[in-house]
Write a protein that binds this ligand. Structure first.
Ligand code: PLP
Length: 464
């Protein structure tokens, strides 16, 4: 009786084949045509999203129709991150192996929380974490987690720091919280990334309850201006300033900090990957002395969204801050991702990391670092030659340019974004309004740089 009242189950396999075929065709068509379209979506493309909103239909919709809607209305409304002329934020692209792996991972639909739920995701995540550790030149003892991005990687690593320092002080922060806990001091550079402050806020350590160290004219923490450090201090340094790309002088900071018993954490969201390149590795000298590191694979290594990595010198501290137990959670002797991770259920993004890194290899990752940094210098040289002021020393892939008065620079950025050849954002850095150029994609070519330079000069003329 009950069975006859149930709606009929659709014919799964034929539906699936058709839907996956449509998805593959749409994705291929999208990527094949991306170089010809404007980078920011047009106002018309955004208006065309309206039919996708509205009330949830009362009955089912054919999945192929949905894919069709997504492609015809959704694809034109995307920001063409994958085109090679997107220089906003620090957005990387996605190498084909990581993209293909992401499709397969979605088909696998693995829950990467515990080994028993996905031995393959657990194994590949561990292999990839080890590759990252080695490539970044970090200690062999490290353990870590694959998370959504550097914000969560900062959060994860700083949770380990909080645990370690409070445990030393005889306080069990995971069980007893922070009320009445011995105070910790968090020291950051004055140009700390806002996401690290957010992580501190989420950890109860406070966004404003930090000691800020003055920085130099590139945004680097001044080693000579460090405050008193002790074994209740978390010192956060930076490998890659989001505006200038500059690196804090880790080699001058870390030995004294470690001697004082402080925990040193590195926000290396993109900059740490410079260690992959023999040409740029010297910039990361000294960062290996820290206790924890946060980085992103969706930025410079072009693994696709989303993929952040937290690494901790003593993984026991991370485990102590993240592990949970319940009778139904079957845990073996080996590493369980959930015990090192703020999430329990999670997608198997470690597989995409594994696939992307394996496809690039050491030289491929070094190549992206070197190519994009040289393209950043090409941007700087071209803009300088056109008479504009480059505000930063272009050490890696970040360029800051001023087109004159703040209003003028902002008008140029708006014009450039509207025109659509490329996309750059704006910033205010050390009192100067600037356009930020972040060259982060594996597909960017010198021709992309040159036609973007032409679009920039045109935008300057058109915004006068
Ligand atoms: C230095 C630094 N830290 C943290 C972040 C935050 O990264 P995510 O957006 O992956 O959380 C960024 C983003 O650009 C960054 O540049």
């Amino acid at each position: 009786m009950l069975h006859s009242a149930m709606p009929a189950v659709p014919p799964v396999s034929s539906h699936r084949t058709a839907v996956l075929g449509s998805a593959a065709r749409a994705a291929t068509e999208y990527l094949d045509s991306i170089a010809e379209r404007r980078v920011a979506p047009s106002p018309e493309a955004l208006e065309a999203l309206a039919p996708l909103c509205g009330p949830l239909p009362s009955g089912p919709t054919d999945p192929e129709e949905i894919l069709g809607l997504l492609h015809t209305a959704g694809s034109p409304a995307t920001v063409a991150n994958a085109c090679g002329r997107y220089f906003g934020f620090v957005n990387g692209g996605c190498v084909p192996a990581a993209l293909g792996a992401a499709w397969l991972v979605s088909a696998w639909d693995q829950n990467a929380a515990f080994r028993v739920q996905s031995p393959v995701a657990t194994t590949l995540e561990e292999a990839a974490l080890e590759w990252v550790r080695e490539l970044l030149g970090l200690p062999a003892s490290c353990g870590g987690a694959v998370v959504t991005g550097a914000t969560m990687a900062n959060f994860t690593a700083l949770a380990a720091a909080r645990h370690a320092l409070l445990e030393r002080a005889g306080w069990d922060v995971e069980n007893d919280g922070l009320f009445c806990a011995p105070p910790l001091t968090v020291v950051v550079g004055d140009e700390v990334h806002s996401s690290l402050l957010k992580a501190l806020g989420m950890l109860g350590l406070g966004r404003n309850r930090v000691v800020r160290v003055p920085v130099d004219n590139q945004g680097r923490m001044r080693a000579d201006a460090l405050p008193h450090l002790d074994d209740r201090t978390i010192l956060c340094i930076q490998a890659g300033n989001v505006n200038t790309g500059a690196f804090d002088p880790a080699a001058a900071i870390c030995p004294a900090a470690r001697m004082a018993g402080a925990w040193v954490h590195v926000d290396g969201a993109f900059g740490l990957w410079a260690a992959a390149s023999p040409q740029y590795r010297n910039l990361t000298h000294g960062f290996e002395m820290a206790d924890s590191w946060a980085t992103d694979a969706h930025k410079w290594p072009n693994i696709g969204y989303d993929c952040g990595i937290a690494l901790v010198r003593d993984p026991a501290t991370l485990r102590a801050s993240m592990s949970i137990a319940a009778p139904y959670l079957l845990q073996g002797e080996l590493r369980e991702p959930s015990n090192y991770n703020p999430e329990m259920s999670r997608r198997a993004r470690g597989v995409e990391l594994w696939a992307g890194m394996r496809s690039l290899g050491r030289t491929g990752i070094a190549g992206i670092v070197e190519r994009t940094s040289s393209q950043a210098r090409r941007f700087a040289a071209g803009l300088r030659a056109a008479g504009f002021r480059i505000l930063n020393e272009v050490v890696i892939n970040q360029v800051l340019v001023s087109f004159g008065a703040p209003e003028k620079t902002l008008a140029v950025v708006r014009r450039l974004q509207d025109e659509g050849t490329c996309w750059c954002g704006s910033t205010v850095w050390q009192g100067h309004t600037a356009m930020r150029i972040s060259v982060s994609s594996w597909v960017t070519t010198e021709a992309d740089v040159d036609c973007s330079l032409a679009a920039m000069t045109a935008a300057v003329e058109e915004s006068s």
